[in-house]
Design a protein around this ligand. Structure first.
Ligand SMILES: Cc1cc2nc3c(=O)[nH]c(=O)nc-3n(C[C@H](O)[C@H](O)[C@H](O)COP(=O)(O)OP(=O)(O)OC[C@H]3O[C@@H](n4cnc5c(N)ncnc54)[C@H](O)[C@@H]3O)c2cc1C
Length: 362
């Protein structure tokens, strides 16, 4: 869930402070999720102590991981109040990988201790239950929005019209391209695919894993040993970009999923275990043209807000982004809470206004 290993890329793309702050922001997100799960007693199998390892198969991947580690080290020296800590990080060499992974295929890794997994659908149901217990909530299901008129009238596919007396928040992810002009040339709908294996008796890894710079990710359930595996979009000729069809499975990607464990974890087979797919699914992610989320007012329209475009990393970002938008709507400062707690609760570079006013990100 946490992306220390992306730091070198973030720094390269968005600058040192912005990159480091984004990793801080993700940590604060996870802490906020943990708090809300605890306060509301949401059963969503949240486990933030199992850790995650980002694995390197090539020298280039290894260099990137080491660079990210060095950036964290440097940032911590310069920012004494940060809640990030080097105690959470461990660089693994080839031998350590071999010892921990049942595989001699990885030349190094970055193990992130304060990191883990959450059953997202269960978390969302928990939040929904909380919302429905509040007064004045009206939940409309099967109500596909097809158009917004005058920043006020929300036109549904079934002909119904909802009047928005205050504000409209577009949390419709990549699907927003279907009805919102502003995002059409900024969001690229991208299909992701996951598989889950049958139960496996042996637990090979108590932590989560990722390879290919986050392109592949997997973990094994401590309860039934099932492996959940995602990624391999590279196998598709168009890397699944501009694909909004989540009702089908890509067979080429399925083949790669099947091959992955015999290629990269051959020791599994020697223990009489196989990665046999029992369930698989696809979903649509909102990639953006500048790799940054779109969070905040729709430029030129103070009634509508965007809350989308996580580039496939919604879990460590969405929660506090939503809180920031709620603060904006309430005319409250989305940065205030962060300043008070020495944390980061919103990033200016996410504002959609960056596309219409280039001076916004400094
Ligand atoms: C296979 C796969 C694996 C992933 N793995 C991870 C992971 O390991 N870690 C991680 O951080 N992220 C992961 N993601 C990404 C993560 O799922 C997204 O970032 C996250 O779901 C985005 O949340 P969201 O609420 O913005 O959008 P969504 O979860 O896409 O929700 C959008 C909602 O809007 C509704 N909607 C759409 N159009 C309309 C309309 N016209 N009218 C009304 N309602 C509409 C949809 O029905 C949906 O409920 C993965 C995604 C996929 C597909």
């Amino acid at each position: 869930m946490e992306r220390y290993d992306y730091l070198a890329d973030y720094v390269e793309d968005f600058g040192y402070e912005n990159g480091c702050q984004w990793v801080e922001f993700q940590h604060e997100n996870i802490r906020s999720i943990a708090q809300v799960v605890k306060e509301n007693n949401i059963d969503c199998e949240l486990n933030l102590t199992r850790g995650n390892v980002a694995l390197a198969r090539t020298q280039k991947e290894l260099e990137n991981i080491v660079k990210s580690y060095e950036f964290v080290k440097d940032y911590l020296e310069k920012h004494s109040k940060t809640k990030m800590s080097l105690d959470n990080l461990e660089l693994w060499d080839h031998e350590k990988c071999q010892e921990m992974l049942h595989s001699d295929k990885f030349i190094g890794g970055l193990f992130m201790r304060e990191s883990g997994t959450v059953w997202l659908a269960k978390f969302v149901f928990g939040l929904l239950k909380y919302c429905l217990e509040q007064p004045g909530i009206d939940l409309i299901t099967n109500g596909k929005v097809i158009r917004i008129e005058n920043s006020k009238n929300i036109i549904l596919e079934n002909g119904r019209v909802i009047i928005a007396h205050h504000n409209i928040v577009h949390a419709t992810n990549a699907y927003s391209v279907e009805y919102l002009d502003f995002v059409r040339d900024k969001i690229i709908p991208t299909r992701g695919q996951c598989s889950r294996s049958k139960s496996i008796e042996t637990i090979f890894w108590p932590f989560g894993l990722s390879a290919n710079e986050g392109g592949e990710y997997y973990h094994q359930s401590p309860i039934d040993g099932r492996i959940t595996f995602g990624g391999c979009r590279w196998r598709s000729p168009n890397t699944e970009h501009n694909n909004q069809n989540d009702s089908e499975i890509n067979d080429l990607i399925r083949e790669e999923h099947k091959k992955f464990f015999s290629l990269w974890h051959p020791d599994i087979a020697t223990q009489n275990c196989t990665f046999e797919i029992e369930q698989e699914w696809t979903g649509i992610m909102a990639f953006t043209i500048d790799d940054l989320p779109l969070i905040g007012p729709l430029p030129g329209d103070n009634k509508q807000f965007l809350l989308c475009g996580y580039n496939g990393d919604g879990v460590p970002n969405a929660f506090l982004c939503a809180k920031a938008v709620a603060r904006m709507i309430a005319n409250d400062d989305p940065y205030k809470e962060g300043k008070e707690n020495n944390t980061i609760t919103f990033l200016k570079m996410f504002l959609p206004e960056r596309f219409t006013n280039s001076t916004i990100i400094q």
